[in-house]
Design a protein around this ligand. Structure first.
Ligand SMILES: [Zn+2]
Length: 56
């Protein structure tokens, strides 16, 4: 077995970053995408349409 300490720590930090993404569903082209950070609206990278944040 190799030492895996540094790798475990890096994976954990990446997971924390993923959780801060805001998910959007484009009403125009049905594309689902995520934008990093807590934002109220986001532009679709596929068609450029601005979509409001999904409400759960
Ligand atoms: Zn779109």
């Amino acid at each position: 077995m190799w030492e895996s300490g540094p790798y475990d720590r890096r994976d954990h930090r990446r997971f924390e970053g993923e959780r801060r993404k805001t998910t959007f569903h484009c009403v125009r082209c049905d594309h689902i995408y995520a934008i990093t950070g807590r934002v109220e609206c986001g532009r679709c990278p596929h068609c450029g349409h601005e979509n409001p944040r999904l409400k759960f």
